[in-house]
Design a protein around this ligand. Structure first.
Ligand SMILES: [Zn+2]
Length: 198
């Protein structure tokens, strides 16, 4: 579920030195508020700003133009606080984390590929009827440059599904009855998506 909403927070205030037309005392303060689009309660996109003049003595609230103050100018001079972008920073961090994880995974796949073990699960990407499909191989034995593998009987539209089935596939039902032989060279020519070592 994607939860979003708006809220408005004070982002700054400044003294005006002006006299309140209501109570006649000095102490008028300009308070600038800003609306934020929140995603999961985290301010993500800073939006509209608005400013009001508040008397610190009698609490009367007025529009800035009542005191000939330029609201647009005031709004511009109050910078959006850094936390107004928290959601964007978090999203960027998550994407960065995902990118680092994917680099780590592909490094690991390469390492496994250089030295395959019995039980390794090799997820292979291919195409069936013009659509991406994932299947998997399970390494049964490694003899020098020759591998003996079981092949999955089924293909999956998502890599994650192929992987979770591959992990359950010690039950031979999902795999070919007989293992087949292939050279490591042939394997490397395949479009290997990932290798998992249980
Ligand atoms: Zn006042």
């Amino acid at each position: 579920m994607f939860i979003w909403g708006w809220n408005t927070k004070a982002i700054g205030q400044s003294e005006t030195g002006l006299t309140c037309s209501h109570c006649g005392r000095k102490g008028l303060v300009v308070i600038t508020m800003q609306t934020f689009l929140n995603v999961f309660w985290i301010p993500t996109f800073p939006m509209r700003k608005s400013s009001s003049v508040v008397c610190s003595n009698c609490r009367t609230v007025s529009r800035p133009d009542a005191y000939r103050l330029d609201e647009c100018h005031i709004n511009r001079s109050q910078k959006t606080p850094w936390w107004g972008f928290s959601g964007l920073v978090l999203i960027a961090a998550l994407l960065g984390g995902a990118a680092i994880f994917s680099v780590y995974e592909s490094e690991q796949t390469n390492t496994y590929l250089q030295d395959l073990h019995k039980g390794d699960l090799i997820i292979v990407k291919g195409r069936i009827n013009d659509r991406t499909a994932y299947s998997y191989l399970k390494v049964q034995d490694v003899q020098g440059e020759t591998l003996s593998v079981y092949e999955s009987k089924y293909a999956f539209s998502r890599e994650g599904d192929a992987l979770s089935e591959a992990k359950k596939a010690h039950v031979r039902r999902e795999l070919s009855e007989e293992s087949s032989q292939m050279s490591k060279e042939d394997l490397k020519k395949m479009n290997i998506s990932s290798i998992k070592r249980p």
